[in-house]
Design a protein around this ligand. Structure first.
Ligand code: CP
Ligand code: NVA
Length: 309
């Protein structure tokens, strides 16, 4: 098989995903014991950012260093990418000087054009359409807290954005259900979400209906990066799509609350929820580090044999 990429969640098979989760646990345990693990010595990760970031940049940069490699940060502002160098030309050059690339950009198509000519694995660090690294961490966090996610119900409250689309792809792969509640006009577009069908999600007009019986309630900002011009309109349209204590009460007992962060308390989530007992947002953010280390190990080195585990 040629170079493997992680451009959307379904780029990994179920079996590969389970391998990455198993490796995450091993890598995280070792990290917590301060035991050095340097499988990517002398390897270089290039990170290209066309949008802002705290968690994604830090988790990839620190993660690569902790695996023994180096990370180089490029942004549109201070590289030739911002001056119109064709994506394919940039990909040719960058992938000859590095071992793995992570890109945060606007349209998924830009990422796909880069990956189309890249000699090394390319990871989606967020596009308008998908945020697969986030859902890798979210599902790992669910498994860590509650065990298998298969057959469980996730409630998505808010915009049918990149994070929502990725939850829907993951539901197909891992066989769980998503209850989606968006304001009218912001519904899921199955083709844009890259879905095979509508078997794994159900749409609810009423957000309380979506939260009822959920094992996990999750949401995201009302206005994603790149859509700032719609901010005022969205604030009006999303007013009733706030995850609050009442919504958590109708979810299953022991339901978790997740948010990819950054969060806006008083908008998509009430402070009492994100800072309350259901919330696992800090573990969720930390797990970006551990899951992405396992992902990079897999994409660069392939499956690590049992003897090395
Ligand atoms: N959740 C997430 O991707 O955060 P950043 O935008 O800070 O990277
Ligand atoms: N949906 C958000 C996620 C930020 C991590 C955005 O795209 O801005």
């Amino acid at each position: 098989m040629g170079v493997r990429h992680f451009l959307q969640f379904k780029d990994l098979s179920l079996e590969e995903l389970m391998h990455v989760f198993a490796r995450t646990r091993w890598i995280k345990d070792r990290f917590k014991r301060y035991e050095r693990y340097w499988p990517l010595t002398d390897r270089t990760l290039v990170m290209i950012f066309e949008k802002q970031s705290t968690r994604t940049r830090l988790s990839f940069e620190a993660g690569m260093q902790q695996l023994g490699g180096n990370a180089v940060f490029l942004s549109t502002r201070d590289s030739q990418l911002g001056r119109g160098e064709p994506v394919e030309d940039a990909a040719q050059v960058i992938s000859r000087m590095s071992d793995i690339v992570m890109i945060r950009t606007f349209e998924q198509e830009i990422l796909e054009r880069f990956a189309g000519v890249s000699r090394v694995p390319v990871i989606n660090g967020l596009t308008n359409e998908y945020h697969p690294c986030q859902i890798l961490a979210d599902i790992y966090t669910f498994i860590e807290q509650r065990g298998d996610i298969r057959g469980k119900t996730v409630a998505w409250i808010g915009d049918s954005n990149n994070v929502c689309n990725t939850w829907l792809q993951a539901a197909e792969l891992l066989d769980f259900n998503v209850h989606v509640s968006t304001p009218p006009g912001y519904e899921v577009e199955p083709e844009r979400a890259g879905l095979y069908g509508t078997d794994h999600y159900e749409e609810f007009r009423d957000p309380m209906g979506a939260a009822r019986g959920a094992d996990l309630v999750t949401t995201d900002v009302w206005t994603s990066m790149g859509f700032e011009a719609e901010n005022d309109e969205r604030k009006r349209d999303f007013e009733d799509w706030q995850v609050d204590a009442e919504m958590m009460r109708v979810a299953n007992k022991g339901a978790l609350f997740m948010h990819c962060l950054p969060a806006h308390r008083g908008e998509e989530v009430a402070a009492e929820v994100i800072d309350g007992p259901h919330s696992v947002v800090w573990d969720e953010a930390e797990n970006r580090l551990h899951t992405q280390k396992a992902l990079m190990e897999f994409l660069v080195l392939g499956k690590i044999k049992e003897s090395r585990e």
